[in-house]
Design a protein around this ligand. Structure first.
Ligand code: ADP
Ligand code: MG
Length: 329
């Protein structure tokens, strides 16, 4: 299957008292055309910086140290910003956690959608306005011909996130990144917005990278899941593989620590022992080794590569062995 997006060996660093420290570490993945990939991991694991790299929004003091990112056939990190600006919005687009950060609070939403449409097309104002109303209708805004003249403060959080989605899709991108895009919404609204993204993705053959710290959201929405820990991708597989038969000890710990109120409220929530590594004090070898209950000396010496284990990818020296242990339990 053709890939809409390919990331090769992406590494990012930030300054610290001890010099530059790596926060995204040799990350590689691809998103096949039309697929929805969930990127999960605790706060601080490098999810947003990975996403910003795809949009070329990395700014000082964060720095891209190496890597390639292909959007379709084109490598974007090496191209001039002038050339990339034509691709942002047209080829790849992003929606953020806080819709207000993407909107101008003192400008009617219609004017903002029209501006975005005209940036990506040569339609005149009247044509763009008609298209904006269509876009608002397609993201489920009731009475779009009236709501187009609303200001952001006149709309609810869920409706604003729909407006932002309409703007993100106005350039008809092939890849959509949603970074915690439903996290700030109540559960019902979250569900509606995810269902909407799902529907639009299917209709338009979009490839989606859904970034969330919420495993339930990732499971509900994605085809495949990637698990990130301390800047490393540690496991990638189908929703079923990740949730039913995870092989990486971090993935297992993350699933065990999930607080699932629907199952058993009397059961204590397990937390993962130890702390995530400090930025300026990354462990040698496997980044999860200091917290891992299956750690062996070799885990502290070498960095386990992300390799194929039981039909998915995992970065653990003991993945194969642990898979079999898990299966006989
Ligand atoms: N502008 C910045 N300056 C310094 N450190 C940063 C900056 N942005 C992010 N970081 C650090 O990089 C790491 C990864 O951040 P981020 O990608 O935002 O994580 P996530 O989205 O998974 O929560 C974190 O440890 C964070 O503190
Ligand atoms: Mg983030």
């Amino acid at each position: 299957m053709k890939n809409a997006l390919v990331v090769n060996n992406l590494s990012l660093s930030v300054p610290s008292a001890k010099g530059r420290v790596t926060v995204v570490d040799d990350v590689s993945f691809d998103i096949p055309a039309g697929k929805k990939i969930g990127l999960v991991g605790e706060s601080g694991s490098g999810k947003s910086l990975t996403a910003y790299s795809l949009m070329r929004l990395i700014k000082d003091p964060v720095q891209i140290d190496k890597g390639e990112i292909f959007l379709g056939e084109k490598e974007i990190l090496g191209m001039s910003m002038k050339d990339f600006r034509h691709m942002r919005g047209n080829d790849i687009s992003m929606i953020y956690q806080d819709p207000m950060s993407a909107l101008n609070p003192i400008m009617r939403i219609g004017a903002q959608i029209i501006e975005s449409i005209r940036l990506h097309s040569d339609l005149d104002h009247g044509q763009a306005r008609r298209l904006a109303i269509e876009h608002l209708a397609s993201v489920g805004i009731p009475e779009p011909d009236r709501r187009i003249d609303s200001y952001p403060f006149e709309m609810s959080g869920g409706m604003l996130q729909r407006v932002v989605i309409a703007i993100a899709l106005s350039g008809e991108p092939k890849v959509l990144i949603a970074d915690e895009a439903t996290t700030a919404l109540d559960v019902t609204t979250q569900d509606r917005v995810l269902t909407l993204i799902d529907k639009l993705a299917a209709e338009r053959g979009l490839s989606v990278l859904l970034i969330t710290h919420d495993l339930g959201v990732a499971a509900q929405f994605s085809d495949d899941i990637m698990v990130m820990y301390a800047g490393k991708l540690v496991e990638k597989g189908s929703v079923n593989q990740i949730f039913s038969h995870p092989v990486h000890p971090y993935t297992k710990a993350l699933l065990d620590s999930r607080c699932d109120y629907t199952i058993d409220v009397t059961k204590p929530i397990n937390s993962i022992a130890g702390q995530p590594p400090r930025l300026d004090n990354r462990p040698d070898g496997c980044v999860f080794s200091p917290r891992c209950e299956h750690v062996q000396p070799r885990c502290r010496e070498g960095v386990p590569p992300l390799i194929s284990v039981q039909d998915r990818l995992a970065a653990c020296f003991r993945a194969e062995e642990l898979f079999h242990v898990e299966m006989v339990k």
